[in-house]
Write a protein that binds this ligand. Structure first.
Ligand SMILES: *Cc1c(COP(=O)(O)O)cnc(C)c1O
Length: 394
C-alpha cells in the first residue's frame, strides 16, 4: 500500500469543538519556523500574554498558554495548587466536573463532591452547605460552561461563596472564554484555564491559563514538589517570565501553533470581547427559533443556556446516530453526540467562535430539517431556516 499526503475533507464544524478556523489563523500557522528563544519570537510571546490578559479580563502576571490541550490546563491548575492531604470541593454537573475529581484524587487529596443533575447549573445552596460542613477546604473547583450539557453556572456567585470561606477558586473556562463573559479579576478567580479550539477558533493543542497572586503564594508555600515536571509553574515561568533576557529553555514551544493563537487573539481584539459575546448570544437565539419551528427543544432551562453549545433533545423514534452520520455524509456538517449520562439523549450543536455565524445557523437548520424530513420524522411546522432568519435579520 502506498501512503500519500493526507487531505482532510471539507467540513463545517458545529460540534463541541474544534470549531471552524478563519483563513487568517491557518495562514499564520504556515509561516516559517523560527527559534523559540529568538528575540522576535519572544516579542510575539509578550504580545500573546497581553492579548490573553484582555481575553481573561485580568492583570495576573502568571498568564500564559500551556503547550498542550485544555485537559493539560486543567491538570496544571490542580497539580500546582493541590497537595497530598488537602480537601477540595468539586462541583460536578457533567463530564468535566468528573474529570476534576480525578485530578484532585491523583494529587493525593480528597475531593468533596457537590453533585447536580446533568443539564442543571451548580446549586449555590448545596455548595454553601458543603463549605459549612467542611471547614478549611483548600479550594472550590467548578466548570463555568459544561460542554457536555450546555449549562452555564454562576461563576461570580460561586467565587463569592468560596471567598467567604477563604477557599481558592479553580474555574474551567474552556468553552466559555470568548463566547460568554469570563471576568477573572472581577470575579476573583484564582486559577482559570481554557482551550484554543472552542470559542477562540484556533487550532487545538494549547491551553491558556491564568493564576492570581494568591494562587502563586499558595504554590510558593507548598510542602511537596509539584509532582508533574512538565506542568510545574515555577519552571514554566522561567521560560515565560516577563524579563525576556532571562528566559531559559524549559521545553521547545510549539512555535507555529503560537503564531496561530496570536492571530486568533488579534482577531478577538479587533472584534472586541463584548461584540463577540453579543454575536454568540444572537446566533444562539436564531438557532433556537429554528429548532422550535421543527418542534425540537433544548435540554437546558432558559437563563442557564450556553449560547455556544446547544444541547437539543432527540425526538422520540429518531435514530440520532444516523442523523449525525447523514449530516456529515450528505452536507459535510459535524454536530456532536451526547456524552456520558446524555449519550443517545441529545445532539450538541456548537456555535463557537467562527462557527457562530448566520451562515452556520442557516446551514445547520436547513440540513437538519432536510435530513429529518427524509427520514420520515415529524418536523413540526417546518421552515426552520426562515424562523432563524427572522431573528437574524431583525
Ligand atoms: C473541551 C473541554 C475540555 C478539554 O479540553 P481538550 O482541549 O479537549 O483537552 C475541558 N473542559 C471543558 C469544559 C471542555 O469543553
Amino acid at each position: 500500500m502506498t501512503v500519500s499526503s493526507f487531505h482532510p475533507p471539507s467540513r463545517v464544524l458545529m460540534g463541541p469543538g474544534p470549531s471552524d478556523i478563519h483563513s487568517r489563523v491557518l495562514q499564520a500557522l504556515g509561516r516559517p519556523v523560527i527559534g523559540h528563544l529568538d528575540p522576535e519570537f519572544i516579542m510575539m510571546m509578550d504580545e500573546i500574554k497581553g492579548l490573553l490578559h484582555y481575553a481573561f479580563q485580568t492583570t495576573n502576571q502568571m498568564t500564559l498558554p500551556i503547550s498542550a490541550p485544555g485537559s493539560a490546563g486543567m491538570e496544571c491548575a490542580f497539580v500546582n495548587l493541590v497537595e497530598p492531604g488537602d480537601n477540595v470541593i468539586v462541583c460536578v454537573n457533567g463530564v468535566f466536573g468528573g474529570r476534576m475529581v480525578e485530578n484532585v484524587e491523583r494529587c493525593g487529596a480528597t475531593a468533596i463532591k457537590v453533585v447536580d443533575d446533568w443539564g442543571t447549573p451548580i446549586d449555590l445552596n448545596k455548595l454553601e452547605d458543603a463549605l459549612k460542613a467542611n471547614p478549611g477546604v483548600k479550594a472550590v473547583a467548578f466548570v463555568h460552561a459544561e460542554t457536555s450539557t450546555g449549562v452555564q453556572s454562576d461563576a461570580a456567585a460561586i467565587s463569592a461563596l468560596a471567598q467567604k470561606f477563604d477557599a481558592l477558586t479553580i474555574m474551567d473556562a474552556v468553552t466559555s472564554l470568548a463566547g460568554t463573559p469570563v471576568l477573572v479579576d472581577e470575579w476573583k478567580i484564582d486559577a482559570c484555564y481554557s482551550g484554543t479550539q472552542k470559542c477562540l477558533s484556533c487550532v487545538p493543542g494549547l491551553s491558556p491559563v491564568t493564576f492570581s497572586e494568591r494562587a502563586l503564594e499558595t504554590i510558593r508555600g507548598r510542602n511537596h514538589k509539584v509532582q508533574s515536571w512538565f506542568l510545574d509553574l515555577n519552571l514554566i515561568m522561567g521560560y515565560w517570565s516577563s524579563e525576556g533576557a532571562t528566559r531559559s529553555y524549559h521545553h521547545t514551544a510549539p512555535v507555529n501553533t503560537l503564531y496561530a493563537l496570536h492571530e486568533s487573539l488579534v482577531m478577538l481584539k479587533e472584534e472586541g470581547l463584548e461584540n463577540a459575546w453579543k454575536r454568540h448570544a444572537k446566533n444562539h437565539l436564531a438557532l433556537k427559533a429554528g429548532l422550535e419551528a421543527l418542534g425540537l427543544t433544548l435540554l437546558v432551562e432558559e437563563g442557564y443556556r450556553l449560547p455556544q453549545l446547544n444541547a437539543v433533545k432527540i425526538p422520540g423514534g429518531v435514530d440520532e446516530a444516523l442523523v449525525r452520520r447523514r449530516m456529515l455524509a450528505d452536507f459535510g456538517i459535524e454536530i456532536g453526540a451526547g456524552l456520558g449520562a446524555l449519550a443517545g439523549k441529545v445532539w450538541r450543536i456548537g456555535l463557537m467562535g467562527q462557527s457562530s455565524s448566520p451562515r452556520h445557523v442557516t446551514l445547520v437548520l436547513s440540513a437538519l430539517e432536510g435530513t429529518l424530513t427524509d427520514m420520515g420524522a415529524n418536523t413540526g411546522n417546518g421552515g426552520a431556516a426562515q424562523a432563524a432568519q427572522k431573528v437574524l435579520l431583525a
